[in-house]
Design a protein around this ligand. Structure first.
Ligand code: HEC
Length: 124
């Protein structure tokens, strides 16, 4: 029993899940705090921002019924984890004159956790 606990703890907190990969459970909490006011994860449900269901790997500005800014519509680079990381670090640097009013997340580990969470919502 103790051994199983140790293995579980290692999987959750150990080097096997270094920050580069991110922790989706912690990411869900970060998401609630930082993103959920504006972004639903339910497909097709848009708030101030578009639904982020399946966003990982997708082409930007593809959610039906959401009025994106022109610069976001012109942004053709798919939302790879690296690109998402850059965007949520500094939205205005990646999409100048975009309309996401978010100052960015400074902590790289927190960003990796949020992206790990987004990856659990479909997409690639
Ligand atoms: C104050 C509201 C707000 C907050 C907070 C916010 N966003 Fe956004 N987000 C938006 C808006 C508005 C857009 C549309 C931007 C545009 O069209 O320029 C957007 C766009 C996006 C997109 C592009 C989606 C697509 O379909 O191409 C991603 C990815 C994204 N946000 C991720 C996040 C993440 C992750 C967080 C939390 C770390 C977050 N956002 C926090 C409002 C917000």
């Amino acid at each position: 029993m103790r051994k199983i606990f140790m293995i579980a703890a290692l999987l959750m907190f150990g080097p096997a899940n270094a920050h580069a990969e991110g922790n989706p459970v912690r990411g869900a909490d970060q998401y609630k705090e930082e993103c959920a006011d504006c972004h639903s994860v339910v497909p097709g449900k848009n708030k101030k921002g578009p639904s982020l269901h399946g966003v990982v790997g997708r082409t930007p500005a593809r959610v039906e019924g959401f009025e994106y800014s022109d610069p976001m519509k012109a942004n053709a680079t798919p939302w790879t984890p690296e690109r998402l990381d850059a965007y949520i670090t500094a939205p205005k640097k990646v999409v100048p004159h975009g309309i996401m009013k978010f100052d960015g997340m400074e902590n790289a580990a927190d960003r990796a956790d949020v992206i790990a969470y987004l990856r659990t919502l479909g997409g690639s």
